[in-house]
Write a protein that binds this ligand. Structure first.
Ligand code: CU
Length: 186
């Protein structure tokens, strides 16, 4: 391959990687929604307490202002493992497939998490599936917490502009049972 042909091939590759990245957060359907970003506790204007039950949230919906930074304190009062995840419906759908694999591999076991397994790189576990978009069994995305019964954790989240965003639990079957709620921008 001549040098110039190599350069063209390399450029084509980097372009396709960029295109993949752009579509990653809306599942490839339509326009990407900006869900916001992790922020510092000192930037939070208020705290919202979220309690997770089997299989619903309290409160059932959340009101925020565009651009607001909120400190979420999430507590699992259910008897099962539950997740609090901020994203679009298509992001949740994609994450449900990953959570299904976490169940199939014994990382999520009803009311328990195999934290030893969550700390491992999934490539070391002999898995040949594509966890996709940089996710792994670690479940360490900044927009999500996964809690055992009795656990609590915080997420400090800066919301972007208005967008169709939900908080949801993507443990298999929970979203389908109604464990999600709207983020309303007012
Ligand atoms: Cu759940």
């Amino acid at each position: 391959m001549s040098l110039s042909r190599f350069a063209v091939a390399a450029m084509a590759m980097s372009v396709s990687v960029l295109a993949l990245g752009a579509g990653a957060h809306d599942g490839g359907h339509g326009k990407a929604v900006n869900i916001g970003e992790a922020a510092n506790a000192s930037d939070a204007s208020r705290t919202i307490n979220v309690v997770m039950h089997d299989n619903y949230y309290e409160p059932e919906a959340i009101d925020v202002k565009p651009g607001e930074t909120v400190r979420f304190v999430i507590e699992n009062k259910g008897s099962l493992v539950h997740e609090f995840n901020i994203g679009t419906a298509s992001m949740h759908e994609a994450h449900q497939a990953e959570m299904m694999m976490m169940v199939e591999h014994g990382v999520i076991q009803g009311g328990k998490l195999n934290k030893e397994m969550m700390g491992m790189d999934h490539s070391m576990m002999g898995m040949d599936m594509d966890m996709g978009k940089g996710h792994s069994m670690k479940h360490d995305d900044p927009n999500s917490v996964l809690l055992e019964p009795g656990e609590n954790k915080e997420i400090i989240w800066k919301f972007a502009e208005k967008g169709a965003i939900e908080f949801a639990c993507n443990v298999p079957g929970h979203y389908q049972a109604g464990m999600y709620g709207d983020v309303n921008f007012n």
